[in-house]
Design a protein around this ligand. Structure first.
Ligand SMILES: C[S@@+](CC[C@H](N)C(=O)[O-])C[C@H]1O[C@@H](n2cnc3c(N)ncnc32)[C@H](O)[C@@H]1O
Length: 278
């Protein structure tokens, strides 16, 4: 089988994904990323993977499953992960969290350096929102933010920090003026995050389902809008792994739509979506 894309005239008629084929992909993404996909996701899986079948000139999802799990195309697994993860995000999502950070955490004496981890950062909007708040409040102190995700595709976008102009909703005029460079000429309709924020930020690929690399401990961890894809057992495992990276007194932020009820006794609830390590 060739790894190069098929020319357009080789388009094959793709057979509908069967229940058996879907359940194999379901198991695979669960084992790889901890993501639980219910049967209603069958249409999504089929439409997101279809173009890979076209790419290889395959007409059955079962053949693509064999290709992805075989040895001939080692890079294909990452492409599958990139396609099956949901990466929706935006600047200053859930603004109450940024207000709490500004008014309750950064108004107190803080560690120097102040270390933050955005642990499923998608294309970087969460990281740069945090960076804007930290730059405002900690200008004379050292601070650093690590953004991580499982998907290589989004990390590449995050690293660039280059966004379409309509993504700037949620960023205040003051922050736009201070930290975002408006594109001109060939870059019109886009903006770029300023180097003075980027120099405090780094990104790396981390799978929250695996043993964590040596990343040190953090004053603040954002783990938002990723646990919705995990079952209870996976959630427990991931939260335990994450909370060991929090300094004592450090804060964990989860989404308002998520709950850690009965999961993490080592974390004290400050509000429904903000927890503090004892
Ligand atoms: C919906 S986005 C959330 C982005 C951001 N935290 C926010 O709240 O806007 C979820 C992200 O979790 C990532 N993800 C899913 N499973 C993961 C895993 N096992 N390890 C690390 N990241 C994962 C996805 O790639 C995706 O970018």
């Amino acid at each position: 089988m060739s790894s190069s894309p098929n020319p357009p005239h080789c388009l094959t008629k793709i057979q509908k994904i069967t229940d058996e084929e879907f359940s194999r992909f379901q198991r695979l993404i669960y084992d790889l990323a901890g993501i639980s996909m219910c049967p209603a996701k069958k249409v999504m899986v089929s439409s997101r993977l279809q173009r890979r079948l076209v790419h290889y000139g395959l007409n059955r999802f079962g053949d693509y499953y064999r290709l992805v799990t075989g040895n001939a195309h080692p890079g294909e697994m990452q492409i599958l992960v990139d396609l099956l993860t949901t990466n929706e995000t935006y600047f200053f999502r859930e603004p109450a969290h940024f207000n709490f950070l500004r008014e309750s955490i950064l108004s107190q004496p803080t560690a120097n350096p102040f270390r933050v981890w955005s642990a499923a950062c998608s294309s970087g909007e969460e990281v740069y929102s945090l960076a804007m708040v930290l730059a405002d409040k900690l200008n004379t102190k050292t601070w650093e933010i690590m953004g991580s995700d499982l998907s290589e595709r989004v990390l590449f976008q995050a690293q660039r920090g280059h966004y379409r102009i309509e993504r700037n909703e949620g960023i205040s005029h003051d922050h736009l003026r201070k930290y975002c460079l408006k594109g001109v000429r060939s870059q019109a309709g886009t903006f770029l995050i300023d180097e003075k924020l980027k120099e405090h930020v780094k990104f790396r690929q981390i799978n929250l389902m695996r043993k964590l690399p040596n990343i040190g401990r953090f004053d603040l961890i954002f783990l938002r809008n990723v646990m919705i894809y995990f079952d209870q057992e996976t959630k427990k495992e991931v939260v335990h792994r994450i909370s060991t990276q929090l300094k004592s007194g450090g804060h964990l932020f989860i989404s308002h739509t998520e709950s850690l009820h009965g999961i993490a006794p080592e974390l004290k609830k400050v509000s429904p979506s903000i927890l503090q390590k004892l």
